[in-house]
Every structure is written in C-alpha cells, then in structure tokens.
Design a protein around this ligand. Sequence first.
Ligand code: COA
Length: 436
Amino acid sequence: MGWKEYYEGHKMSAAEAVGRIENGSHVVLAHCVGEPPALIGAMVENADSYEGVVIHHMVRIGPVDYATPGLERHFRIEPWFSGANARAAIAEGRGDFAPVFFHEVPILIRAGRLGCDVCLVSVSPPDGSGYVSTGVSVDYTHQAIRTARYVVAQVNPRMPRTMGGSFLHVTDIDAFVEAESELPEIAPPKITEVESAIGEHCADLIDDGSTLQLGIGAIPDAVMLFLKNKKDLGIHSEMIADGTLELYNSGVINNSMKSENKGRMTVTFLMGTRALYDFAHDNPAVEVRPVDYVNHPITVSRQHKMVCINSAMQVDLMGQVNAEAIGFRQFSGVGGQVDFVRGAAMADGGKSVIAMPSVTVKKDGVTISKIVPLLDTGAPVTTSRCDVDYVVTEYGIAEMKGKSLRQRAKNLIQIAHPGSRDELKDEFEKRFNEKL
Ligand code: COA
C-alpha cells in the first residue's frame, strides 16, 4: 500500500480517534505549542467513557480541563512541569508533579520508566513523500511517538515544517484527524527598568563568539536588547522566542563560531508568535532536534564559550537555587535549567547565569526578597550550590564558583535589594561571626 492509501485509510474524526484510548492508559501530550487542541478537546468531551487515564506533558499552553474537579475518576494528571494551568490541579490533589530533567524525559520514556501508551500530537500535512513534521516541538514528542502503542495526529496546515529532526512518515502514526487551528502565540513580554538592568549585567558576561541558551520571558528579551553590539553569537538553546529574530536578522547571531552545528540555530522547541513560526518554516537556519540531544549536558559541553541564562524563585546565601516552587507549592519545574548549567560548566570557557529581580512584589503589595538566608520550607534545590556559577540581579553580578560560603554570602548581599540587606547582614553576622 502506498502512503496516500495509508493516510486516507487512517483518517477519522477526533471523536472516533480518541474513542480508541483504553482505560488506564498513560497519554503523553506533545509539548507546549505542539499540543493538538482538537484531540485534547475531543478527549475531554469523551471523559465519561474513560476510567483512570493518566495524562503527562511538560509545558501545556491550553487549558488543563481534563483536571477540573468532577473528572477525577476519568483523568489524573502527572506533568513534568507545572505550568499555570496545572498548578491548581496538583495543589488540590487531582494530579501529581513528577520532577525530571528535560533531557531525561525521552530517555525515561524509551526505558519504559515514564508511562507512554498513547501519544497525541500535531503535525503538518504530509509532503509529496508522505512525511509530516512536528514543527515547533521535537523535544520528547518524537520519542513518545516511537514508544506509544497508539499515536493520533491532528493534521494542522498551520504547523510549520522545520528542519533538524521533526519529520515522521505517515506510517508512524495510527490515526489522522484533519483540523486547522492557529498555534498558540506568546506575545513578547513588557520589559521594565529592573529587567533592563538585569539584561545589561548579563550582557557583560557574554563575549563575542559565545553560544547562548536563553529561555522565554522579560529577562531573556532584556538580555538581547544589550547584545546589539556583539559579534558572532550562536544559539544552542532549549527554545527560541521572537527576541532572537531581530539579532539574527541584524547578523549579530550568525552561528559562525559554534563548535557543533555551525551556521545553524539548534533548539528543541519553539514558542513565540506567528512571526517566529513562519521564520522557522522550511528554514535550514533553524534546527529543531530531540531534547535528549539538544539539552544533554554532554552536547551542551561541546560548544565553546557556552553561556546559559535562566531564572529563579529564590537563591539562598550559599548559592542554592530554587527555580520551581513557592514552598511546597510547585510553580513550574526544573525544565532545562540544570541540563544547561551542567553543560556550560563542562564547556571550554562556559558560564551559567541565574538572573532574577532582587524582589518580587505580590498582588497584596507585600515585597519579598528573592535572596534569602534559607530556602523556604518545602522548596527544592533546583541548581545546587556546587553547580551555580553567576547570580545576577538589577544590582549587579555575584560570582559563586570558586568562592567560599562566606564570600558567596557577601557577594549575594551586595546584589540584594537595599531594603533586604540589613536582615541578610544580621544573618551573615550570626553565621560567620563577622559584621558587614
Ligand atoms: N517567593 C514567593 N513568590 C515568588 C517568589 C518568591 N521568592 N519569586 C517569584 N514569586 C512569584 C511571583 O510573585 C509571581 O507571582 P504571580 O504569578 O502571583 O504574579 C510568580 O512567582 C512568577 O514570578 P516571575 O518573577 O514572574 O517569574 P518568571 O515568569 O520570570 O519565572 C521561574 C521564573 C523561576 C518560575 C522560571 O524561570 C522557571 O520556571 N524556571 C525553571 C525552569 C527553567 O529554568 N527552564 C530553563 C529553560 S526555559
């Protein structure tokens, strides 16, 4: 049978496709912007026919409506990243968070240690040879497709076809549901004076010829504002967002000095606006590859002058970083933070930066220092004190690697918010018997 006959023979409605999901299945959803809304919507509508279906994903942009109260008998969530939509379900017991390094997700799926019976993905329509592209999301999605017993794809003409490792043959997929839907778009954030100052300090740590990993959000975008006069930068990053495009189009990012994948930006997923998705479409300058390659610390370590910039909830006076929880409340996940921190540490001339505002202001007006004597009770150590390298706030740069606990604490107090410094100095005096 030719691929066209295979494709036509396996086309069906969303209801029919998700109706084949068996009770007790572990269902893996494609990551982030790669999620298939038509399939997820149909699965939720069909809730009454399921019992004990467990749903896994990393970042989920759409609503986690399978975890609304009342559906507990039908669905449970076990995500590897607790985005805004999954937080309440986890906190209220309708799901459990599973901590995992991003680069290990496909490795653990392959080993059968993360459940994956069914995979729901979005793909581009097949090309003339019967290949579809998962476009914005290769990450763990490709491994889930290979491992799952039952794979359903939403065929979406809005999905870009990307280079790197995003292609699959139609025969790798069991059911096709044609449904056009715009990909989720994440608008570039507003950059305040605080983030601007942080961006400027981070840019001071980036030499010409560096290869960068930057996440999404105001801080990475602010860093990019201060890179306009740099030369020969490269991208080897978990993801890119729209902020990267301007630097690429102006030639600051040309990937010419990368040690591996020279001349191309290497990522494992894309998350931004339509401008980014259109840019990546059929563009050999952007390689979207599996996360167990891109984020693997050994891959990262092969880029000389690798600089990674990530953020945090809190840093304690020893340099321990909590990047994912507010006390016991899981806010996000480790994502690729430690993958890149460790990779950069092994890279020739590599650096890792934890960049964050010195305080956070809660909705009720309470100001909380993010540099703290001790991490909150219940909060995990995301990046350990031996892994942490530089910490940056709007007040400057604190170097950690090679520094004693006493020196680390001094460096951190210098970049804490002036309103928090007295309390931190009191703690310093108690701990080190020295007055600052
Ligand atoms: N104590 C209490 N609340 C805190 C806090 C603290 N120390 N620090 C932040 N918060 C609250 C903020 O007030 C804000 O609350 P709100 O949602 O009610 O407004 C919320 O946490 C988010 O803070 P914000 O500063 O906007 O965070 P962010 O969007 O810049 O994300 C991380 C920061 C750490 C959550 C995020 O970078 C992350 O998830 N990191 C881990 C994964 C990672 O590094 N991946 C890397 C590759 S992309």
